[in-house]
Design a protein around this ligand. Structure first.
Ligand code: PMT
Length: 397
């Protein structure tokens, strides 16, 4: 099974008459890069902003924009497009289109397709802030939400009118992220699961300006969260660092090991699995200075005291995945940790190699299970490593 759920999926992109219509070209292009088969429907108003030919060039498919085209190949083009779609995204969606959808009307090519499809729908509004805040629009939006459509909320910013407000089309990156998430919700192999993931290096304060920490960037944990989310799992990400925001992922920011420990304890009460990718500080300062420690010419001695072992303290009634960050004898130390942490499996990586491990976009890991199975993976992007880890996790569900 491919881990990119958009590969070979049919995505129907509806484009309506907004100045943001040109951004739909980028959406179509990114979906094509993800392996989707993209068909485009444009309202007549959309064709005033962007030409059907642009979409034909990008997608290789003839867009649907003339409801009265007597030369159209399909008898009823909207029915064919609607039935073949695995997902429908309307971006940008004007206030008028949203009203049309809310009232179940089908008087243009986009609303006709929307009315005829059983595919999950995502709607990305774009309009002036007055129109967005209008009660009628908000009521219409609520109607669509109640029916199960996903609304990709507009952003605050400079609008076509020159005024500032809420109404700009959400960023293309965010729209693509939402489409991936929706594909996971509907077609993912981890639907119905809840996975708690930790990321980043915990920070132990010495005084208000100094802390003890490590080189973890959080990339590994965030990649795991993205991969699990894209496969339909509900995800709680507990992290000491903030990176890209991942729509649909419940993000909890923590700083110290004690804080992470408390959040993991709470989150794992109702979870199916815990993946501890965070680099947790084994020690904290025995005393935290209230004020900044002043420069002195003398040596400074501080006392450290052990932190709680987060993963070891979680019951094994959920699937526990530990990481082992080692600088030598990777397998030997990882196997020891697998049992001391009472985990189902452990992901070992060599953090002395700067091309993998800390802060790299790639990793090279060995997965060792409590059943004695060992998987040596080649160096690959952290998102691919994450999918491999989730494949191992799936065997325990
Ligand atoms: O964040 P990146 O820059 O992408 O880097 C990724 C990474 C190198 C941090 C990641 O791949 C990794 O190896 N994470 C685990 C780091 C670590 O703390 O390893 P450890 O061998 O010290 O700990 C073993 C396991 O016990 C880990 O799962 C750790 O999260 C957990 N632990 C450790 C101490 C503690 N007090 N509580 C814990 O739960």
């Amino acid at each position: 099974m491919t881990n990119n759920l958009l590969e070979d999926k049919s995505v129907l992109l509806g484009v309506t008459g907004s100045i943001a219509a040109y951004k739909a070209v980028d959406i179509a292009s990114q979906l094509i890069k993800l392996g989707a088969n993209v068909n485009v429907a444009l309202t007549e108003a959309a064709t005033k902003f962007i030409t059907p030919f642009t979409f034909k060039t990008i997608t290789g498919n003839m867009p649907y924009y003339d409801m009265w085209d007597t030369n159209a190949k399909a008898k009823e083009q909207h029915i064919e497009l609607a039935h073949n779609a695995d997902l429908m995204i309307i971006a940008p969606a004007t206030a008028s289109t949203i009203a049309t959808l809310a009232y179940g009307m089908g008087d243009d090519s986009v609303s006709l397709c929307a009315l005829s499809t059983g595919a999950p729908k995502l709607i990305a509004p774009a309009m002036d802030h007055q129109m967005w805040n209008n009660k009628a629009t908000q009521e219409n939006i609520n109607k669509l939400i109640e029916r199960g459509d996903t609304i990709i909320l507009p952003e605050y910013g400079r609008l076509a009118s020159g005024e500032f407000g809420l109404g700009r089309l959400s960023s293309v990156d965010n729209i693509i992220d939402e489409i991936k998430r929706k594909a996971g919700d509907v077609y993912g192999d981890l639907c119905g699961k809840h996975i708690v993931i930790t990321a980043g290096g915990t920070r132990e304060p010495l005084d208000p300006v100094r802390f003890l920490s490590n080189r973890s960037s959080g990339k590994m944990g965030f990649a795991l969260a993205e991969a699990a989310r894209n496969r339909g799992s509900s995800v709680t990400l507990i992290s000491s660092v903030k990176r890209n925001s991942l729509s649909g992922v419940h993000f909890i920011e923590t700083e110290t090991t004690d804080q992470m420990f408390n959040e993991v304890k709470k989150a794992t009460q109702k979870a199916d699995a815990l993946i501890m990718a965070a680099a947790v500080s084994d020690f904290k300062f025995k005393e935290i200075n209230k004020d900044k420690i002043k420069d002195k010419n003398n040596d400074l001695s501080v006392n450290l005291t052990p932190n709680p072992d987060i993963i070891a303290s979680v019951e094994k009634n959920i699937i526990k995945v530990a990481f082992a960050a080692e600088t030598k004898d990777l397998k030997k130390y990882a196997e020891k940790k697998l049992f001391s942490k009472n985990a189902h499996f452990i992901v070992a990586n060599d953090v002395s190699d700067p091309s993998i491990g800390f802060n790299s976009d790639n990793n090279k890991v060995t997965i060792i299970s409590d059943k004695g199975k060992v998987i040596n993976l080649p160096i690959m992007p952290k998102i691919e490593v994450s999918h491999a880890i989730l494949n191992s996790l799936k065997e325990y569900f």
